[in-house]
Design a protein around this ligand. Sequence first.
Ligand code: NAP
Ligand code: G4F
Length: 329
Amino acid sequence: MPKALITGITGQDGSYLAEFLIKQGYEVLGMVRRTSTINFDRIRHFQDRVTLVQGDLLDQVSLLNILEEHKPDEVYNLAAQSFVPTSWTQPVLTGEFTALGVTRILDAVRLVNPKIRFYQASSSEMFGKVREVPQSEATPFYPRSPYGVAKVYGHWITINYRESYDLYACSGILFNHESPRRGLEFVTHKITNAVARIKLGLDSELRLGNLDARRDWGYAPDYVRAMWLMLQQDAPDDYVIATGETHSVQEFCEEAFRFVDLDWREYVVQDERFMRPAEVDMLVGDPTKAGETLGWEPSVTFGDLVRLMVEADIEALKRNARVPHLDYA
Ligand code: NAP
Ligand code: G4F
């Protein structure tokens, strides 16, 4: 039975990847950091089928010990400070987790067992102020946030360790991917949660920042499949994972409100607080290489993604699930 370690198992992608790997017959280890209250909401429904181990990307010894004791065949490094605005208020911490954390885990792989196959969660945020449209593996980077800068470091250190130590290390340049498990601070879930609350009479407005920003939004379960495929090839490589379609934040709002028969213009208010010091205006990926080499393609359209997220939020509110309202994001 192959064994995989997932850092960031409590996050959106980590939870879907764990479920996917269990279905593929893997023994799954999930690294979790110590918190004063348990935050296993996304993994509770399969917690009995994974082994949770305590560790932190800030702590090198914890990483070495986990690899030595549990001997995984594959490591998926998904843990990061992943919210772009927080990277301006906590730039050093973001660099520690999202940049140097990658070196810590790569070094642990190199020292404990260089045969481990390694996946790094790189990001379309690295393209930032885009140099070409659409963005492919060959597009130069121009990051626009401390998060984007940290991800560029993580991307290049992964390639450097592959070339320096002959590791099977891959970097997936994933464009935005969403789901009902997405953190509420990200714009898609912020919108669908607000639409559900407004439809059920629990809220009356939605305050957003830049409505013109464009993203290439896909469905998270499709994207974790691509991570696994990258580690099953003859040779390690880097891949763009995207839908190839771009939509604005406003289009996302239009679609989400339309689904519940409401007009977005009556509820959406632009608020300076949610504008960023430097914006990534437009992202759209070219997933040709992933299609040709991995046989990967997305299965959920933009319209289906919006609808499945609105439906899930309405259902959660009807079940009285506690969906907190966030004021800072
Ligand atoms: P997420 O929901 O924010 O999850 C992040 C995970 O990292 C959580 O499990 C978190 O644990 C963990 N973590 C944070 N700091 C840690 C540390 N110091 N040590 C150990 N664990 C730590 O992110 P996601 O959306 O699943 O994204 C997964 C990865 O893909 C991230 O690296 C992200 O930057 C990258 N990415 C995401 C997208 C996207 O659209 N979702 C696109 C491109 C790249 P806690 O639960 O304890 O906070
Ligand atoms: O949903 P977002 O916060 O995602 P962002 O910044 O694109 O980052 C996400 O995708 C990256 C991949 O490209 C990941 F690497 C990263 O970890 C994360 O998962 O914002 C999307 C867009 C931005 O242009 C933002 O300015 O939505 C715009 N926006 C407008 N109003 C807003 C808001 N974003 C948020 N979070 N909240 C708003 O009120």
